[in-house]
Write a protein that binds this ligand. Structure first.
Ligand code: IMP
Length: 447
């Protein structure tokens, strides 16, 4: 009977979808609280694999309702495709609900996203944000600027028509927009098809919480891409933090019980922006290959690097993490040593441990200081099977030590470890387990 928010602790792609899907087994509602078609949550099931973009992963489980929440910007046309794909693969098991307050992401926004990226890149070689070009920034800008259209408007042709007139009046700088009437017709049609799913979703969540049911808030993107607290301007346009998840669902703060931060055992980033612990060369290529580090939405190759504890400590405080899930530990299997960045040194010789510079260019200029850990064995099928059957006892001791260090340094217990893409490849350690089982010589965390 908890409300849990799942937050990405890095630059996205930490396997939040996989962890949320694991938790969803005991949930009544899973709510996507922000973002839109820029997200790509890959879920691998025995029956098949799927990448969810705008649906909450609760829709993959019987008895669970997946809510695309009020904080989202929803592309209704792509959403329909996503639903059709799920149905085609017989993977749609739960119920889909769409918030009437979510904003509608339009083809206009995609055109504007591409235009903005071109303007930025033309103005400065480092100006491009490297967006997913799905229209996220412009859709959120229209929301804040009060030009937006919401899911509820799709069922009200007269209101929709007026709002589209206003929106078109604000887009004089764009070329190649679809004719207004044509877009309106398509929106009314798609709105009609989606109408049975469009609801006031907050009262349902309030009721579920009052009835003691489990609710999971499935964050998309990640804290370091938060428009205020991330590496601005190389960020997305929403708030992928625990506070943002509350705003994006309509659940009040006092109802929140758990904040689960999801981090890879290393780090990746896609798109532009500073990445202090990035590694290239053979090691980088190895991590990209072993970790299948290619964007689930855009197909872009992700940059890879080592775990960055400066950023993780910062994000843990910012979100109030109560626990951590460390994913993709298998990808690092077989390394002699695993480096972890424990602090930065700035060009002025200052040391930073838990708060990154606000200016992206300054973050790009820091020098990470690494501590190296003895590596753990490669993850063959035998080890995976032992982990599935024996649980935490089968964790290699060097990996335990690594996890205990992460917990100690962030002051957040590691509760979950993910060692493969499948649903079964997730270990629940219980609160405090890795440090305790690693031995008395390892300091435990507080809290
Ligand atoms: P936008 O959200 O498409 O505007 O992109 C802004 C930045 O966030 C770009 O660097 C994207 O690559 C990044 N981004 C957006 N969504 C995701 C995601 O789901 N995973 C990883 N990076 C993302």
């Amino acid at each position: 009977m908890t409300v849990t928010v799942v937050v990405g602790a890095q630059f996205g792609d930490e396997a939040k979808g996989k962890i949320t899907d694991y938790l969803a087994a005991d949930a009544r509602y899973v709510v996507r609280t922000g973002g839109g078609p820029n997200a790509g949550h890959s879920i691998h099931l025995a029956e098949g694999s799927v990448v969810l973009h705008q649906l909450a992963c609760g829709v993959l489980r019987h008895g669970v309702t997946g809510v695309s929440g009020p904080g989202m910007v929803i592309d209704p046309f792509r959403l329909e495709e996503e639903i059709r794909e799920l149905e085609g693969k017989h993977l749609l098991k739960g119920t889909i609900l769409l918030s009437e307050r979510a904003h509608v992401l339009l083809p206009i926004h995609q055109i504007e996203d591409a235009w903005e990226e071109e303007v930025r890149s033309a103005a400065s070689p480092k100006g491009g944000v490297g967006t997913t070009r799905t229209g996220i920034g412009p859709a959120y800008a229209d929301r804040a600027g009060r030009w937006g259209i919401r899911m509820a408007d799709l069922a009200r042709p007269a209101i929709l028509s007026e709002r589209l007139d206003l929106l078109y009046a604000s887009k004089g700088h764009l070329k190649g927009l679809p004719p207004k009437d044509e877009l309106q017709t398509r929106l009314v049609e798609v709105g009609g098809r989606l109408a049975p799913m469009i609801r006031a979703t907050e009262p349902l969540l309030w009721e579920a919480i009052a009835n003691g049911e489990n609710v999971i808030l499935e964050g998309a993107q990640s804290a370091l891409l938060d428009v205020d607290f991330g590496t601005y301007p190389y960020v997305t346009s929403s708030h992928p933090t625990s506070a943002g998840a509350l705003m994006g669902s309509g659940i009040p703060p006092q109802e929140l019980d758990e904040v689960l931060g999801v981090t890879k055992a290393y780090c990746t980033r896609v798109g532009a922006g500073p990445f202090p612990t990035e590694v290239g060369g053979e090691v980088g290529e190895y991590l990209q290959r072993e970790g299948h580090e290619r964007g689930a939405t855009t197909g872009r190759l992700r940059q890879v690097g080592w775990l960055d504890l400066v950023l993780l400590r910062y994000v843990a405080k910012l979100n109030g993490f109560t626990s951590l899930a460390v994913t993709k530990v298998d990808v690092l299997g077989g390394f002699d040593e695993v480096p972890v960045a424990v602090q930065y040194v700035t060009p002025h010789g200052d040391t930073l441990t838990d708060y990154p510079p606000a200016i992206a260019e300054d973050l790009a200029g820091v020098q990470p200081v690494y501590q190296k850990f003895p590596g753990w064995p490669k993850f063959n099928e035998r080890l995976k099977e032992r982990l599935r059957t024996d649980g935490a006892h089968a964790l290699p001791s060097t990996l335990r030590r690594f996890l205990a260090f992460v917990a100690q340094e962030t002051q957040v217990p590691v509760e979950y470890v993910s060692f493969g893409a499948d649903r079964d490849d997730t270990l629940w350690l219980g609160r405090g387990a890795p440090a305790r089982s690693a031995g008395a010589d390892l300091p435990a965390w507080s809290g």
